[in-house]
Design a protein around this ligand. Structure first.
Ligand code: GLC
Length: 458
């Protein structure tokens, strides 16, 4: 190991230690960022999605009690009743984040379900991540007592109910509002965004392992088993874009009615940037589209959805290699000077105006709109290691190591090649730090991948 890498890890561990939040004397989570200069806004809170890389790291390093406390305390925040009361968060929803408040010397947790968040966006990913982390906890500790507790079984059930119950939709995907995930601002992700579908698939698979086969769980287990096969098929077939599929879509017939329809979503060829894509997509490449709905196939590449698909075997072996081929062969676009782009390409000009609502924080090649997020390094490394392509991980780590310490662990980078520190990026962002440390652990011992992987059931 190089000196630089060793020093970096030392510093990162120290920063991580300082990011731990204590609640009634117990470690319970990690703060989003400890930037001494930036405005706190909600960065002084513990976000469920931000804690995932911290949690996995604590599990790997033999400190499961933090993860256990986190799971127990966040579960208490989940509303268990009140589904029909629109003024309250829905039953089963997990908060995006929480903070510790002290009133009269008594500490309590204040959740944010989107009722305080900028744009008032409710998180659809929190509950899914919570289930995924719970499964990782069980695998790491072999402690099944916790998950078998009635309150935990109920918590899983309520999250699933929120995703599986009656709704206005004919597809097996879960229907969510825009901005319901890591991309928590308007970015054209209304409907069936890949990032959420990938986590949805993983959480369903995890739930089959976590839910006891008893009378209380019977209905929900049946619903999960029924949903998984069509969901997998839909994602593997209709979200899939490769040169062959591009050819099929290019010549799609439209306005087809009935069971035999080939172009079920009535995608109009003119809505897809064929010439750019035909040039960009390598012959050996393929990836899952960013969103799918009526007359909509969003061809942007989204990193979380695609990388998690590889990690959890949502994509088959061939498709997983195609996704990594895209990363390898379009390295300058997706990795550039900092791994890696949250989504590619950026929405520009009138697209940026209409789709984001002219959001200046998400202007082209910044933040969520084509910005580069170091936290994604761990997902890239996990996907690469899983597919025996560790050299991709090493190459990406080397790039990240050139910058992260010098730049004080920024939240994100801007520019088409990720060379600029994000315009409004926080420094000392915890998931940048834990993403790096987790990457190092996964590369050192790929056995830890078992916390996240599943058998291919295609
Ligand atoms: C921003 C990100 C969100 C993250 C939060 C805390 O709001 O968009 O994904 O959870 O910051 O880091």
């Amino acid at each position: 190991m190089s000196d630089r890498s060793e020093l970096m890890q030392e510093q990162a561990w120290e920063l991580l230690e300082n990011s731990i939040l204590y609640y009634q004397g117990q470690p319970i989570g990690t703060i989003a960022a400890r930037d001494p200069d930036g405005e706190a806004l909600n960065y002084d809170q513990c976000f469920i999605r931000d804690f995932i890389s911290s949690g996995l790291l604590f599990l790997i390093k033999g400190r499961p009690e933090i993860v256990r406390n986190f799971l127990e305390e966040t579960l208490k925040l989940q509303p268990k009743t009140g589904q029909l009361d629109s003024s309250k968060p829905s039953r089963g929803l997990m908060p995006a984040s929480f903070k510790i408040q002290t009133i009269d010397q008594y500490e309590y947790l204040k959740p944010d379900f989107g009722d305080y968040a900028i744009g008032r966006v409710a998180p659809a990913d929190s509950g899914l991540w919570w289930i995924i982390l719970l499964r990782a906890y069980v695998i790491a500790t072999q402690d099944t007592d916790l998950v078998h507790r009635a309150d935990f079984q109920e918590g899983i059930r309520l999250i699933l109910e929120l995703c599986l119950v009656v709704r206005f939709d004919m597809y097996p995907m879960v229907l969510v509002p825009d901005a319901a995930s890591m991309i928590d601002r308007r970015m054209g992700l209304y409907g069936h965004p890949l990032d959420i579908q990938s986590l949805f698939y993983t959480a369903l698979r995890a739930s089959l392992e976590l839910l006891l086969p008893n009378a209380d769980n019977q209905n929900i287990l049946q619903a999960v088993r029924r949903r998984l096969p069509p969901l997998l098929k839909q994602l593997r077939e209709n979200y899939w874009i490769d040169p062959e599929r591009l050819n099929v879509i290019y010549r799609y017939r439209v306005e087809e009615y009935g069971e035999e329809a080939l172009n079920q979503f009535n995608i109009f060829s003119d809505s897809i940037p064929f010439y750019r894509l035909a040039k960009w997509l390598p012959e050996a490449g393929g990836y899952l589209a960013g969103n799918l709905g009526p007359s909509q196939l969003d061809t942007r590449f989204f990193a979380i959805g695609n990388l998690m698909a590889v990690i959890t075997s949502l994509t088959d072996e061939y498709q997983s290699h195609c996704i990594l081929n895209v990363v390898e062969l379009r390295w300058n676009d997706l990795i550039g000077q900092m791994p890696m782009k949250l989504c590619f390409p950026a929405l520009e000009d009138s697209d940026w105006k209409t789709v984001t609502g002219a959001d200046p924080k998400n202007r082209p090649w910044s933040y969520h709109n084509g910005g580069s997020w170091p936290v994604l390094l761990w997902m890239l490394a996990a996907a690469a290691k899983k597919m025996d392509r560790g050299e991709l991980a090493l190459h990406a780590i080397a790039i990240a190591e050139r910058r992260l310490v010098l730049d004080q662990w920024p939240e994100y980078y801007d520019g088409p090649d990720g060379r600029l520190i994000g315009k409004e990026a926080r420094r000392f962002q915890t998931w940048t730090i834990t993403g790096y440390l987790l990457t190092k652990e996964l590369v050192k011992n790929p056995g830890h991948l078992k916390l996240l992987t599943f058998e291919d059931e295609g």
